[in-house]
Design a protein around this ligand. Structure first.
Ligand code: G
Ligand code: G
Ligand code: MN
Ligand code: NA
Length: 254
């Protein structure tokens, strides 16, 4: 059977799961929150990466249903942690282009927040550059609506798309996530290092906080700290893990 139709049954068969990767605050080494990352536990193929099935879900429209499931699941988990730890825990959710562009997206987010009782301030949405630029005017309006609800918006994989700077400064954004390819090549040459410096300078002028993704070594971490990066995320701290394991990272000092 093709993957697309199997994906259709993955929700009812309970084959989708969310893993959580900590985002670490640079200034004090505390866990600032988690990014929720989707996995498909396929009965025959084992764990399937979202890189494989999200594009399928985008093309057959399942992304709407899957996206709602992800949002609800992540908000529920954040509420569970809040009850357990007695303070709000921030959760960051990836949303795809088709999901964001679908009618009723804002309403679906609002409903999920009401149903789970999560404060909107605890929820971040990660959107890609390609989404921002496909129809900038309506995107600006959508992001304003989401922010009015109280959410924070991050631009994911920054530097890999084609953001027009003239639009970027008009986008109501809060966070810029530097794509891990920049972190990976940071020490390859002085040129590569200055790329990250330029992105940080851009973020500063746009008044965005910066998250560096894909941090795998202490050397990278220290350099990013010197460069003034606000948050870091990557295998150096933790892989994406199951909620039970993520719980143990909440009060951890990195
Ligand atoms: O976690 P991993 O590196 O395998 O993720 C691969 C890609 O899948 C990343 O680009 C990530 O943003 C995306 N992704 C992970 N979880 C979700 C999700 O819940 N929804 C969407 N739309 N994309 C996701
Ligand atoms: O596109 P997005 O940034 O949402 O992708 C997140 C993906 O990156 C996750 O699937 C996660 O597994 C992966 N990831 C997270 N940290 C690291 C890291 O330090 N190194 C590498 N290679 N991948 C990472
Ligand atoms: Mn992401
Ligand atoms: Na990213």
């Amino acid at each position: 059977l093709e993957l697309g139709s199997q994906l259709r049954h993955s929700l009812e068969r309970d084959e989708l799961t969310l893993l959580y990767q900590p985002m670490v605050q640079m200034c004090d080494g505390t866990t600032a929150g988690f990014e929720a990352l989707l996995r498909w536990e396929h009965p025959e193929h084992g764990t399937v990466s979202p890189n494989t099935f999200i594009p399928i879900a985008e093309s057959n429209g399942l992304i709407i249903e899957i996206g709602k499931w992800v949002l609800r699941k992540a908000c529920q988990q954040a509420m569970r942690w809040q009850a357990e730890f007695g303070r709000p825990i921030m959760i960051s959710v990836n949303v795809s282009v088709r999901q964001l562009s679908s009618t009723g997206f804002v309403e679906a987010v609002t409903e999920t927040l009401e149903a789970t009782k999560l404060q909107p301030e605890c929820l971040k949405l990660e959107v890609t550059e390609s989404f921002l630029m496909q129809d900038p005017e309506s995107t600006i309006e959508l992001l304003h609506q989401l922010r009015r609800i109280g959410l924070t918006i991050g631009i994911d994989d920054f530097g890999t798309g084609y953001s027009s700077l003239s639009y970027l400064h008009r986008m109501p954004l809060d966070i810029l996530k530097v794509d891990r390819s920049f972190v990976e090549s940071m020490f390859d040459s002085e040129k590569n290092a200055s790329l990250i410096r330029s992105i940080l300078a851009l973020a500063k002028s746009l008044e965005l906080n910066v998250v560096a993704e894909g941090v795998e070594t202490l050397a990278q971490l220290q350099r990013l700290q010197d460069l003034g990066c606000h948050f870091v995320q990557g295998f150096y701290f933790s892989q994406p893990v199951k909620p039970e394991c993520a719980s143990e990272l909440i009060d951890h000092r990195w």
